[in-house]
Design a protein around this ligand. Structure first.
Ligand code: AMP
Ligand code: MN
Ligand code: MN
Length: 346
């Protein structure tokens, strides 16, 4: 049983007339978002390139509720090779996804999820630039707002927390499909409720989602506990060359490593979680070469170093403890620049 929002007693406190404590999104902004959505029959949704569970989950959850309101919905992300990562293949609602080339060139209303910067919109940046209205729904502290309306809460552990509010505020029902999408976002961005972002509000939201009957064990297995065999081989190579330099532990995975085992780029997401285990290191870095030969740099901090500041200086962004950027240089050059910025910040 999933009661409609109008008779819910367990809905978030922030849905009252007053903004919740610490919630920097003014009620007027939510009201404007509802008015904008209300007067458009077609809504175009986008999330960041190389989508993670939070980006894709938040977008699909809102896509479901908009569709149930009778809107025409298109959803996409701006990757050159458009494909949902295998890891996220279990998310419902993927029939609403279209490749970037089928996306409206100049949407009347576009909603962008989990993108800390305009660049993260990727190929759909051109569509966003031509859109009449762009609502930015995000939780990155570095996001200064690039929409015509910004719904940004840097205190939220995941964009999925804002997407849940949007679902309720639109009068949507938290059904199991929506809950699976939101739960994927929540567990991805809190590292399964392990990161410091895991507040009581995170657990309260999880309780609402789990109450719809979703299978947390199945979702956990899809997200973290399975890989193609080749992953083990590629991981072995990455770990063989892992390097500890003072408080920095790092390694890399090249295209050539992956090609030998036919391993897609998106399978590499979990390697940083293994590398960052090293007790001796305060900062962990994994350089992952994508299919274009660019290096996607994943960085993690245990708390004292602000890796978001390091990555921002190198053209990326993210959170204090988890951030990233793209490098177009060699591994050696990339690491030389990273060390320099790290010294500057710490
Ligand atoms: P990842 O290491 O890919 O899990 O990314 C960690 C965080 O860093 C993400 O949540 C993003 O906020 C941010 N991030 C990763 N890659 C980029 C990038 N190329 N540009 C800006 N931010 C990024
Ligand atoms: Mn994300
Ligand atoms: Mn996120």
């Amino acid at each position: 049983m999933t009661p409609d929002v109008r008779d819910r007693t367990d809905r978030p406190a922030s849905l009252g007339r007053r903004p919740a404590d610490g919630c920097p999104i003014p009620e007027a902004s939510w009201d404007r978002a509802l008015r904008l959505i209300g007067r458009h029959d077609e809504v175009a949704l986008a999330c960041h390139v190389n989508p993670d569970g939070d980006a894709l989950g938040s977008m699909l959850a809102v896509a479901f509720v908009l569709r149930s309101m009778g809107k025409r919905v298109v959803a996409s992300f701006g990757d050159r090779h458009f494909a949902v990562p295998r890891l996220l293949g279990f998310l419902p609602g993927q029939e609403m996804l279209v490749p970037p080339e089928e996306y409206p060139a100049a949407p009347e209303l576009m909603i962008v999820f989990d993108c800390s910067t305009f660049e993260r919109v990727g190929l759909l940046g051109a569509n966003a630039a031509s859109a009449r209205e762009v609502i930015v729904v995000d939780h990155h502290p570095s996001n200064t707002g690039f929409g015509t309306l910004d719904l940004i809460d840097a205190n939220a552990a995941a964009t999925a927390m804002l997407a849940e509010q949007l679902v309720y505020r639109l009068g949507g029902r938290l059904d199991r499909d929506i809950a699976i999408c939101l739960y994927a976002g929540l567990v991805t961005d809190t590292g399964s409720f392990r990161y410091s972002s895991t507040t009581p509000a995170v657990h309260q939201m999880a309780a609402r989602l789990v109450a719809t009957g979703l299978r947390t064990d199945e979702i956990a297995r899809e997200l973290w506990d399975r890989s193609p065999f080749g992953y083990l081989k590629v991981l072995a190579h990455a770990l063989e060359r892992v390097t500890l330099e003072g408080g920095l532990v790092w390694t890399y995975v090249s295209r050539v490593d992956r090609a030998a085992y036919g391993l897609p780029y998106s399978e590499l997401e979990g390697i940083i979680d293994i590398v960052r285990r090293a007790d001796e290191a305060e900062v962990a870095v994994v350089l992952k070469e994508d299919d274009h030969g660019d290096w996607q740099v994943s960085t993690r901090s245990k708390g004292t170093v602000d890796v978001a500041a390091v990555c921002a200086a190198l053209g990326g962004g993210g959170h204090h403890n988890a951030a990233g950027y793209t490098s177009y240089e060699t591994v050696e050059e990339t690491m030389a620049k990273f060390r320099r910025e790290l010294r500057r910040v710490s």
